[in-house]
Design a binder for this molecule. Structure first.
Ligand code: ARG
Length: 753
């Protein structure tokens, strides 16, 4: 007996010493109440007020939500302010699209990197915005006053929209702030977020892709990693410090807070927290939802994205111009494709559905134990089950119409941008014309004006579209996507046009695509410009790309209508399931799913065991860069000068015992949208930039796996090494506040670099 007891105590101690919070993306507003004491114990040295404060500057003021909208409701990535001049770090893959937009064959910043040596060399980005959270507020009570239990999903969202617009108006302070209302815990709670949005954000620096994307799609979502996944921007304000669109007179932002940088590096078990804007997780998904994803949803998307990548690849490899044009589209598609493959694998390997079933059985027993609960929650699981079954029946045509049709080849989606013009060009029906001659003329004149305005607006976008467009690749893609559509969607559920063309072209979608590209005005820039200078109805009416677009659009409307009715009961049941779970596990502190609002996650620097007998270290070093080098593989090329620096062990102040640390692992709970987030030590200093998750736990968005799930971060010392030693951009280093602990007596100093 005693032995067992001792062993147990030992196991408990060992686990106490090792695992801290890890799971949970916490709302900063509640950090003091829910997390602070544990965080202190784990190594946090800041006060709660230094972390999140509405009245004083605090850590949250250095965290930036990145978007391409001037009034965003969500963010594609996170950035952090690192100097009193508005300098911002994020990931290379977050800046990738922008770096690509600025790249040409002559100025190929994707390949060669980009470094502004002074403010006037920084590059403007009209669409990029940087949002700072001013405050957040629980508005559940106000929202709930407007909704009742008898409302269905649609009525609920209408009621919510109504409250939301009222609150937004009040909180926006005459448009100064962007106010966003979000639902939490599947519609059981509501919070309001007030942001200040800066719209002048300039590109300052980016390493060559051979550093920023080293390892490419092969290493993506995997450890061990050796990627310098960072890029640098600067937020600008009007001279008075307020947000302003790009203007020459704008000045670098004077931030409320910026992160100092630590050169002390990481040790296993060190405290680490990550702040940012995780996009979306589904931690409370039921087993029915998991199986729906696995069986009905993911296979189609994996199939179509994989085919798309296969089509693009040879065109990109053959021509550097095309390689630049398609770089960003390819990266985004490849990233999602691999994510879905990894998630499928993870969900199966880790038997996630089985674990969900256990919880659901527990739920059912709890519900059945009490008549009031049965009344309230008795139907929840069976409704979820039947809703998913109905959706599974309807989803295939929807997915293929969307991903093979409307969003398959680019020409189809682009043609649909012209639907408005097409409607305007339709000859006015005689019956619609007023009898009165003058009135009739007025109507016709008005229509002419509208046509002119529409054509001009479309003309203004033409360059932008064709800049990143290569028709031969898209032609091949059209044939491939139509073929997939034809093969996968049951004939009676297809749009008749595809079936008809299949017969007409004797089964060759290649020949049909040839015809489409020969005839369509959307296939070639000059053709389209000529048309827009003199638009006529007939051209669009017989355009084969628009014909396809319209056919798919038609199908989409029908298919999504059917799908939505199956979906309608789902959201209400999900809300109830969530409410029931929280009631059942009333001792547990629940954290809300990610929804593109600011979150904090804390944990430790930690290694892991991906499989039996394999132990992964928690850091990678420059040695691995040389080991992975392969001059014949574009994903594993090491820039000559980087190699020289590594071979000479020329790491400057950024090395550690003669070695350069490249990336490290931590147990933080993050997801897409957290990319670019700061990894911060107990003293509030920046020690890394988060950029990825690991292959063995790709089911993490649905179920957190404490033993396996890790965040992959680029070590801040590698970032500074690349800026300083590799690129020689010492102007940027000079702006940073760099800390290094000095032993004996132990203290922290700001060092001049
Ligand atoms: N997997 C990373 C994420 O979703 C993106 C990594 C980009 N790198 C790449 N090789 N595509 O945040």
């Amino acid at each position: 007996m005693k032995k067992v007891f001792l062993l147990l105590a030992f196991v408990m101690l060992a686990s106490l010493g090792k695992t801290y919070a890890d799971e949970g993306m916490w709302l900063p507003m509640f950090v003091e109440r829910l997390n602070y004491t544990d965080m202190r114990e784990a190594g946090l040295q800041l006060t709660a007020e230094e972390i999140y404060s509405v009245n004083n500057s605090s850590l949250k003021d250095a965290i930036v939500g990145l978007s391409t909208s001037p009034s965003p409701s969500g963010f594609f990535c996170t950035g952090e302010i690192v100097s009193d001049q508005g300098l911002m770090f994020t990931n290379h893959h977050c800046g990738y699209d922008i770096i690509q937009q600025h790249s040409t064959l002559d100025h190929d910043y994707l390949t060669n990197g980009f470094w502004a040596k002074s403010l006037d060399e920084e590059l403007a980005n009209p669409e990029l915005t940087a949002s700072f959270l001013i405050r957040m507020q629980d508005v559940t009570d106000s929202v709930m006053q407007n909704v009742s239990d008898t409302m269905d999903g649609q009525q609920r969202s209408a009621a919510m929209r109504e409250v939301s617009s009222r609150m937004k108006k009040a909180a926006s302070e005459d448009g100064r702030y962007n106010v966003v209302l979000k639902s939490f815990f599947n519609g059981n709670e509501y919070y309001m977020f007030v942001y200040e949005v800066y719209t002048d954000v300039r590109l300052v620096g980016a390493p060559p892709s051979d550093i920023g994307k080293f390892g490419g799609d092969t290493d993506n979502w995997m450890w061990p990693r050796h990627t310098g996944d960072f890029s640098i921007f600067r937020v600008y304000s009007a001279p008075d410090g307020s947000p302003a669109d790009y203007a020459e007179e704008n000045i670098p932002l004077k931030p409320k807070h910026y992160l100092p940088i630590s050169l002390d590096g990481v040790q296993e078990d060190d405290f680490a927290m990550i702040w940012g804007f995780p996009g979306s997780t589904d931690r409370y998904l039921t087993s029915y939802g998991v199986n729906f994803n696995l069986d009905a949803q993911y296979p189609a998307i994996i199939d179509l994205f994989g085919k798309k990548l296969d089509v693009w690849k040879p065109f990109m490899a053959a021509d550097q111009q095309v390689n630049i044009q398609y770089a960003s589209k390819h990266a985004v598609t490849a990233n999602t494709w691999k994510y879905l493959i990894g998630q499928t694998r993870g969900l199966k390997n880790l038997a996630v559905a089985d674990k969900k079933i256990q919880l659901e059985n527990q739920f059912t027993a709890w519900v059945n134990a009490n008549p009031e609960r049965t009344e309230k929650y008795g139907e929840v699981l069976s409704t979820l089950k039947s809703s998913y079954a109905m959706m599974a029946d309807k989803i295939e045509p929807l997915l293929y119409t969307s991903f093979a049709g409307l969003n398959g080849s680019e020409i189809v989606g682009y043609a649909l941008d012209f639907s408005g013009l097409y409607e305007l060009l339709k000859p006015i029906d005689k019956k619609e014309l007023p009898k009165d001659k003058d009135m009739a003329k007025k109507m016709k004149d008005e229509r002419e004006q509208q046509i002119k305005a529409s054509a001009e607006a479309l003309l203004a976008e033409v360059d932008e579209h064709f800049k990143n467009y290569y028709a031969p690749a898209d032609k091949k893609l059209l044939a491939t996507m139509l073929n997939e559509y034809y093969l996968h969607v049951p004939v009676n559920m297809q749009t008749p046009l595809v079936y008809q063309k299949f017969n007409e072209y004797k089964g060759s979608f290649d020949n049909y695509a040839e015809e489409v590209f020969e005839k369509s005005v959307f296939a070639e820039k000059q053709r389209l410009v000529n048309f827009l200078n003199n638009p006529d109805f007939k051209t669009l009416d017989k355009d084969p790309a628009l014909e396809l677009g319209n056919a798919f659009m038609d199908k989409m409307m029908k298919a999504s209508g059917e799908f939505q009715s199956a979906q309608a009961s789902l959201s209400e049941s999900e809300r109830l399931f969530m409410a029931g779970l929280r009631e059942m596990q009333s001792d547990k502190v629940f954290y809300p799913d990610a929804n593109s609002t600011m979150r904090m996650t804390w944990g430790t620097v930690q290694s892991y065991e991906p499989a039996d007998a394999i132990q992964y270290d928690y850091v990678t070093t420059s040695k691995g860069i040389l080991e992975k080098e392969d001059p014949t593989d574009p994903e594993f090329i090491v820039p000559e000068y980087l190699k020289t620096l590594i071979e000479n062990r020329d790491f400057g102040p950024y090395g550690e015992n003669g070695e350069l640390i490249i990336c490290f692992l931590s147990t933080n709970d993050i997801t897409g949208g957290n990319s670019g987030s700061p990894v911060i030590n107990g003293k509030g200093e920046l020690i890394g930039i988060a950029f990825d998750g690991n292959w063995e736990a790709m089911s993490g968005d649905i179920a957190f796996e404490p033993e396996l799930q890790r965040t992959i971060n680029v070590d801040i010392r590698y970032v500074l090494f690349v800026i300083d030693k590799f690129a020689g951009a010492t102007n940027l280093i000079d702006e940073l506040t760099i800390h290094k602990a000095v032993p004996q007596p132990l203290r922290t100093e700001t060092v001049e670099m």
